[in-house]
Design a protein. Structure first.
Length: 263
């Protein structure tokens, strides 16, 4: 009863009722712990007074990261009963990697909420961070089991194409390293510079092949910068693989032969 009163208050009377209504549109429920959902959109670059992580979404992001990893691992275990650990590890990595989370955050429109609660330019990586923090808030609101169902049904099924992920290799750094080993090429991922942007560290990475510079990329995450630089290098070298068209849903052949459950 007390929780229901909180939800009604948040939806109709709270000064953050617009946020409560936006969460309802996104996730299908009105949160009782609305302050946690607001905190999910407070990025450290805007709210770093005294380096206090209680004033930004880092702790929720930590929790959400762990929750998403567990949910995806369990889901893949059930979905692919005949697949080995290596395949499931690669699939989990594709789903929970930074670029995928950034894409989900963008498709959900989390940039609008970030803009509302932060006074800095919104970057792609902030979208993924906010999504992880949102997952953490969902855990506190609903618990693991209900939160798991909601994240799978309302988010992952809506914003990810798992059949596309099955067949497409998006580990560009690994592809480039395999090519270099096969053709006896010397590869170096060189940190050209590290600088501050919107109060955050940003990395510029260059790929050096046999002493010659090829792809260059910037990102707030060093590993992501390396992946983007590797992708650019593969394109320059004419080695980039085209992403396959996603299979149509609904037909008898719409799912992979590996699959036993719908995403």
């Amino acid at each position: 009863m007390f929780k229901l009163i909180h939800k009604i208050y948040n939806l109709y009377f709270s000064k953050e009722k617009a946020l409560a209504r936006r969460i309802y549109q996104l996730l299908g429920f009105v949160p009782a712990k609305l302050s946690l959902f607001k905190l999910a959109f407070y990025h450290k670059s805007s709210h770093n007074q005294n380096a206090n992580s209680l004033r930004n979404n880092e702790r929720l992001e930590f929790l959400g990261d762990a929750m998403l990893s567990a949910i995806v691992a369990e889901y893949l275990y059930l979905k692919y009963p005949e697949s080995d650990e290596g395949f499931m590890t690669k699939m989990r990595s594709k789903i929970v990697k930074r670029d995928s989370l950034n894409t989900i955050g963008a498709k959900m429109g989390l940039d609008e909420l970030l803009e509302q609660y932060n006074d800095t330019k919104i970057s792609q990586s902030m979208l993924g961070n906010a999504f992880e923090a949102l997952a953490g808030a969902i855990y506190f609101e609903l618990g693991y089991q209900k939160g798991k169902k909601l994240i799978i049904n309302k988010i992952l099924r809506q914003y990810l194409d798992i059949h596309d992920l099955e067949t497409y290799d998006d580990n560009y750094k690994s592809q480039l390293l395999e090519w270099s080993q096969k053709h006896s090429k010397a590869i170096e991922f060189r940190t050209v510079s590290k600088y501050k942007l919107q109060k955050r560290d940003r990395f510029k990475i260059a790929v050096i092949v046999d002493g010659k510079k090829y792809g260059v990329a910037d990102d707030f995450n060093k590993k992501s910068a390396e992946q983007h630089a590797a992708q650019s290098t593969l394109k320059i070298l004419g080695l980039a693989k085209e992403r396959p068209a996603s299979p149509k849903t609904g037909g008898p052949n719409s799912t992979s032969s590996r699959s036993r459950m719908k995403w």
